[in-house]
Design a protein around this ligand. Structure first.
Ligand SMILES: Nc1nc2c(c(=O)[nH]1)N[C@H]1C(S)=C(S)[C@@H](COP(=O)(O)O)O[C@H]1N2
Ligand SMILES: [Mo]
Length: 334
């Protein structure tokens, strides 16, 4: 029998069940009768079954060296400073939310090896001057990389701090040339159940979908991370390109992006579809607005025994608060 040693920093506050998923388990039970007869006995069984299929069919794909490795480390932009230590890399590599590869924090590190990073094509479409498809290496050549130190605050009330490398999103948006009518940029993760078995799970509307307003996407903080800790991103962290919007709860920072679509319409995100009473479009960090099932007043700082007070907009109010003037009627903090 396999006994997993869980390091102390990985212990969640209350339960072993990832907090995102608890509500979905209930939803699953409620919906259970309507599902394909006998396909899944219970969520636990569904998850175990998906993992078994995955493990028998998908040995980690062998890949050559990352062709973008020479771009790292990139020059650090000194404008972005931390009020705490950087979280050790080994923690960031071992404690992940990437539900395509499983719902336990250690699942993505074990399972994301099946993801193939080349060729990787990014589609840019919708309300743009010229829709196009670009290979990740051409994108990395077209737009200069820089390193930034950012905090990261998950809606589950844990936090990290890390050195991302990537493309300021406002540079990317300028390069994509959206039309004046575009109000949102919608981002999606790849969809391939052969690689990511949990995308066969009926609990969520795949692929993982997120969005920002154009004003948010062109704010100086919005960042498209292609690396971390001075090298290309690890698969479990969302290689080869993921969003980093540190003033919002972590679920906004969509991983392994394959499409950017500029739109007049606000998208329905995966988490909004899964739990509309718990997860919204804006998801700005606010210690005074509790999640329906837990407080957001404090956060566990991974890799330490610290518990810190959470800050409004995760400490980035100076850069982003003005984005929300006139939107006070919206649910900005869920
Ligand atoms: N495609 C995809 N992107 C995702 C997620 C996910 O499950 N799938 N989880 C989100 C959540 S809840 C968090 S906290 C961060 C975690 O990023 P990290 O594992 O690099 O810390 O990724 C976000 N992006
Ligand atoms: Mo999260």
């Amino acid at each position: 029998m396999l006994i997993r040693r869980t390091p102390s920093w990985a212990l969640p506050e209350s339960a072993a069940t990832p907090e995102h998923v608890a509500m979905n388990r209930r939803r699953f039970m409620a919906a259970g009768a309507g599902l394909a007869a006998g396909a899944f006995a219970a969520p636990g069984a569904a998850e175990a079954g998906l993992l078994d299929i995955f493990k028998s069919k998908q040995p980690p794909a062998p890949e050559g060296p990352d062709p973008s490795a020479g771009l790292y480390p990139a020059k650090r932009n000194p404008a972005f400073k931390l009020d705490r230590d950087v979280t050790p890399e080994k923690i960031n590599l071992a404690y992940n939310n990437y539900y395509e590869f499983g719902t336990n924090k250690w699942d993505p590190a074990e399972n994301a090896g099946a993801l193939r990073l080349r060729p990787w094509t990014v589609k840019i479409g919708g309300l743009v001057e010229t829709p196009r498809e670009v290979g990740i290496d051409d994108l990395l050549k077209a737009l200069p990389l820089e390193e930034r130190l950012y905090r990261h605050r998950c809606v589950e009330a844990w936090s990290m701090a890390l050195p991302w490398t990537g493309i300021p999103m406002k540079d990317f948006v300028a390069w994509a040339k959206p039309l004046g009518s575009a109000k949102y940029v919608v981002m999606k993760t790849f969809l391939d159940t052969a690689v990511a078995p949990y995308q066969a799970s009926p609990l969520y509307e795949w692929p993982y979908t997120e969005g920002l307003t154009i004003q948010e996407a062109t704010n100086e903080l919005a960042f498209l991370a292609t690396g971390a800790y001075g090298k290309p991103l690890a698969k479990q962290m969302g290689a080869p390109i993921r969003l980093a919007v540190p003033w919002k709860y972590g679920f906004k920072s969509v991983k392994s992006i394959v499409s950017f679509e500029f739109s007049e319409k606000r998208p329905k995100t995966l988490w909004q579809a899964a739990g509309p009473s718990e997860y919204g479009f804006w998801a700005n960090v606010n210690p005074e607005v509790s999640h329906p099932r837990w407080s957001q007043a404090q956060e566990r700082v991974l890799g330490t025994n610290d518990r810190r007070p959470t800050q409004l907009y995760n400490g980035y109010a100076e850069q982003v608060a003005s984005l929300y003037k006139g939107l006070e009627g919206e649910k900005l903090f869920m």
